[in-house]
Design a protein around this ligand. Structure first.
Ligand code: ADP
Length: 529
């Protein structure tokens, strides 16, 4: 009953508002006025001979990476690089890519990753929208039609020149990077994030994952995924090193275990789909994960059964459920789990981050009431490049904290006793089926709980000539067919929430970032009728 929300909202008094605003925030830690590239350069001077970044059989020390990034920065500054100007890096991950990312930040620029595998048209459109004058390219990247009117600098040509530039000081509100994410409207959205948000997130990862000097962090994420940034930069900030893991390795559980083990990786972060493949491998084969002491899962719901299986395989390690969005400079809450019997939640807000649970009128809800999860604080990005309308919809003035921007995630959640957040699904997956308000997340939750189901997803098929219907897909035991799963769901859910069709698949389609691809599933649902 949507009206019930408003009735409890009226009960919220000033002391409770203050309690929520003041006590449920992340810890307050001053950020300082030196930003990421400057701090990394200072840290490199402390242990110049330790490994900073490695890829396959090559590695650079902190001193070497510092020198290489200084060469990239010098080339950019020579071409009139201004603070906050967007520089595209069209390169696969590798040592040169690492020097380019750090070099752009060092020159005061804003980093824009571009996948070299994208079509020339897509690259041109991204470069045009970002207004890029200068493009850094990786080995094997041939300039296409997109190069016209821009300076194209092969990264390898900049390395080893001996040129030098000190890090350019930037303020926390200078633009640090832009990631293009898929937009529900079909046009990718360019998410703009600032230096304060970037540095705050890196420091939150260091603090909450307890990263220390000398430790190896796996750099597993594709360069088009924002989590690739902390996997590269956080270890550099604290004297550790980043181990770049190729995507082919990530897709092959045996190769991944081998890489994590021989690379003496201590900390890694995966999306749940890769995590699940890794778990299956750990359960079926001998040997553990070498030196891995903490694993973080992010990007999608962490199912409690996966957490239990992790601790059965790797007792004594830490599992961190990390939750956030590109618009929030990556993760904004961490749940640090150490035992199989701990409840899986989104955890607590990270440092300098404030959470609000809002109703439809954007007012704060009482503790425990479900509503839209919104964040304010240094983590909140600047908005979408050249898209005032979408920016105004998602980034609003914080009604309770003057002079702050607030980002509405579109996720539904609530506060649990003890100040942890619970994830309840996506707001935009809230639909009506035959008049009943349906949260897709609720059905997926039940689906995942059925014995024999390994993973599942539910999509809406809005076929012509009838109302929307729900279609479920699952992977799991061959003994289980769609009919049986549907029967189990109908024992637990109101009629309107029971999917009309339930299909078993050998595997669920994944996006480039490894999340379940619901767009593909919706197409499959439409085809299957
Ligand atoms: P990021 O790049 O930080 O992984 P994206 O911008 O790709 O995030 O996607 C953000 C959305 O992904 C969130 O709004 C939420 O719906 C979902 N999400 C991210 N992390 C989690 C998590 N730990 N649990 C549940 N959902 C998550």
């Amino acid at each position: 009953d949507p009206d019930a929300v408003h009735r409890v909202e009226d009960l919220l008094d000033e002391p409770e508002i203050r309690h929520q605003l003041d006590e449920l925030s992340g810890p307050r830690v001053p950020l300082g006025d030196r930003m990421t590239a400057q701090l990394i350069a200072e840290r490199a001077a402390r242990e110049p001979d330790e490994v900073a970044v490695s890829h396959r059989d090559r590695s650079w020390t902190h001193g070497e990476l510092d020198a290489r990034s200084a060469e990239v920065a010098a080339a950019l500054l020579e071409r009139g690089q201004a603070v906050g100007e967007i520089v595209a890096v069209v390169a696969d991950r590798g040592l040169g890519w690492a020097a380019a990312v750090l070099g752009v930040l060092r020159a005061g620029g804003a980093y824009l990753p571009v996948d070299p595998g994208a079509t020339a048209g897509r690259i041109a459109s991204v470069l045009d929208r970002a207004g890029c004058r200068v493009v850094l390219t990786g080995p094997g990247v041939e300039p296409g039609a997109w190069a016209a009117g821009r300076a194209v600098l092969p990264i390898d040509g900049l390395l080893g020149t001996g040129a030098h530039a000190d890090p350019v000081p930037v303020s926390p509100d200078a633009l640090a990077y832009v990631y293009f994410t898929s937009g529900s409207t079909g046009t990718p959205k360019g998410v703009m994030c600032e230096h304060g948000g970037l540095l705050n997130h890196l420091l939150a990862k260091i603090a909450d994952m307890e990263l220390v000097a000398g430790e190896v962090v796996a750099q597993t994420a594709a360069q088009s995924f924002d989590i690739s940034l902390w996997q590269l930069l956080a270890p550099l900030l604290c004297g550790g090193s980043s181990r770049i893991v190729d995507t082919e390795v990530l897709l092959d559980a045996d190769a991944l275990v081998e890489e994590l083990t021989t690379g003496r990786v201590r900390v890694a972060q995966l999306v749940p789909s890769y995590f699940e493949v890794l778990l299956a491998r750990l359960e079926s084969g001998p040997g553990g994960l070498g030196a891995v002491r903490a694993l973080s899962v992010t990007g999608e719901v962490l199912r409690p059964d996966l957490a239990r299986r992790w601790f059965a395989c790797c007792p004594g390690t830490t599992l961190v459920n990390a939750y956030g969005a590109t618009e929030l400079s990556d993760d904004t809450t961490h749940a640090v789990l150490r035992h199989a019997d701990e409840q899986v939640t989104l955890g607590r807000p990270v440092r300098n981050v404030d959470v609000s649970i809002l109703d439809d009128t954007k007012s704060l809800l009482p503790l425990g009431a479900p509503g839209e999860i919104a964040f304010s604080g240094v983590c909140v990005g600047r908005g979408y490049l050249d898209d005032e309308e979408q920016t105004a919809r998602a980034f609003i003035p914080d009604p309770h904290r003057p002079d702050r921007r607030l980002y509405r995630t579109g996720d539904i959640g609530r506060w649990l006793p003890g100040g942890r957040l619970e994830f309840l699904g996506r707001r935009d997956e809230q639909i009506r089926v035959r008049g009943v308000r349906v949260e897709i997340g609720e059905i997926e939750h039940r689906l995942a709980g059925i014995d024999g189901v390994t993973s599942g997803a539910v999509v809406v098929d809005s076929g012509a000539g009838r109302g929307p219907i729900l279609v479920a897909f699952f992977t799991g035991s061959a003994a289980l067919d769609g009919g049986a799963v549907r029967a189990r769901l109908s024992e637990q859910l109101p009629d309107q929430l029971v999917p009309t069709y339930v299909h078993r698949l050998d595997r669920l389609p994944l996006t480039a970032n490894g999340k379940i691809d619901k767009v593909v599933l919706a197409t499959v649902a439409a085809t299957l009728g």
